[in-house]
Design a protein around this ligand. Structure first.
Ligand code: SF4
Length: 353
């Protein structure tokens, strides 16, 4: 297909598809899906070989959020049955990180619900980051604490954080449909602050919330403007008790086309399949590894993923290798392919983080 040949050529030169090409890719038929995956897979292999990076979420504080993001099980007034708790202890963080490292995770994501951190919250997380780094200097630490104010990114960086996650989530033209307590510009501002504060920007989106193809492309172009180092792609988990309950509009094939688009948009950037991987891609999950080069291991924020050993088996069966598994860890630890399945505080979150 001319479209696919052109997209591969452009991506290998580091150029993004134009809007028309992006829309054309999203409207290719299911009959063309394997060709689409093969084309985007060439780009993935050029920049990332067969490596898959593993990431692990630690939920520091769950539920009880004053914001009203309609996809989120932790939102104001959510009736979703998720754990609600305020700040786990440093020992609980350490125990979660031990399991993550043993499972092969290269990055741990320390996540807290809420609009944004207070000064005290930042100090609390800074201390946790220092402890994680002291125990595991080779592990990347990403903080995800909501909207940042001036100086907070710099403080987290000084404490040893490597990255900051804040997703744009959906196109600016769709933002008011999913949230009224903050806006798209607030999200862009936080990603910018994180970057200016010396943190590696991680920012992605959620799909399956009623957005149009044009809006899928719109948010991809907005993300590209921010030059993130990693781009998590979430597929909506329509939790009961949230306004988007029961919204099942994705097919595994559509999820794969979205992932292919993001690979072409971000040829040499980490593209991560995040929340909703298991329930939306289902038996087609291994095909996503030909597009994304990064996944979360085990569970998400407020939903369970498949057991860690199943993820590791899937990676091996599909012919991929866990990033870093072949190298001795810089901190002298041995990474083992062990099952990772977490329970209790620190272990469950929005899937749509
Ligand atoms: S996504 Fe974050 S800010 Fe929005 S409701 Fe959920 S926890 Fe709160």
């Amino acid at each position: 297909m001319d479209l696919l040949d052109d997209l591969v050529d452009r991506s290998l030169r580091g150029e993004a598809p134009d809007r028309e090409q992006a829309l054309a890719l999203l409207t290719t038929s299911d009959d063309d899906l394997i060709d689409v995956i093969a084309a985007a897979g060439k780009v993935r292999r050029r920049f990332f070989g067969n490596r898959v990076k593993l990431n692990f979420l630690v939920n520091l504080k769950s539920g009880l959020c004053p914001e009203d993001c309609s996809y989120c099980s932790q939102r104001l007034g959510s009736q979703a049955e998720v754990l609600k708790y305020s700040w786990i202890t440093s020992d609980e963080v350490a125990a979660n990180v031990e399991r993550a490292v043993a499972g092969g995770a290269r990055r741990v994501c320390l996540v807290a619900s809420g609009r944004g951190p207070s000064r005290r919250d930042v100090e609390r997380v800074a201390e946790m980051i220092g402890e994680v780094k002291a125990g595991h200097p080779g592990v990347e630490v990403c903080a995800c604490l909501g909207l940042l104010t001036d100086g907070q990114a710099e403080r987290l960086r000084a404490a040893g954080a490597d990255a900051y996650n804040h997703n744009l989530n959906t196109a600016e033209s769709n933002y008011a449909e999913i949230c009224t307590t903050h806006d798209f510009a607030d999200r862009v501002d936080t990603v910018t602050k994180a970057k200016e504060g010396g943190l590696s920007p991680c920012s992605g989106a959620i799909f399956g919330m009623g957005e149009s193809d044009e809006q899928i492309v719109e948010v991809a172009l907005a993300l590209r403007d921010l030059r993130p180092d990693s781009v998590p792609i979430n597929f909506l988990i329509p939790f009961d008790g949230t306004p988007l309950r029961g919204r099942w509009e994705l097919t595994p094939q559509r999820c794969l086309r979205i992932l292919a688009l993001y690979r072409f948009m971000f040829p040499d950037v980490e593209v991560r399949v995040a929340g909703g991987r298991e329930i939306h891609l289902r038996s087609l999950q291994p095909l996503a590894l030909h597009l994304a080069n990064s996944i979360f291991l085990g569970d998400y924020l407020t939903s369970e993923g498949q057991a860690g050993h199943a993820d590791l088996e899937m990676i091996a069966d599909a012919g991929f290798t866990v990033e870093g598994a072949e190298e001795p860890a810089p901190d002298g630890e041995r990474h083992e392919a062990v099952a990772v399945r977490r329970r209790g505080p620190g272990t469950s979150l929005p899937a749509n983080a």
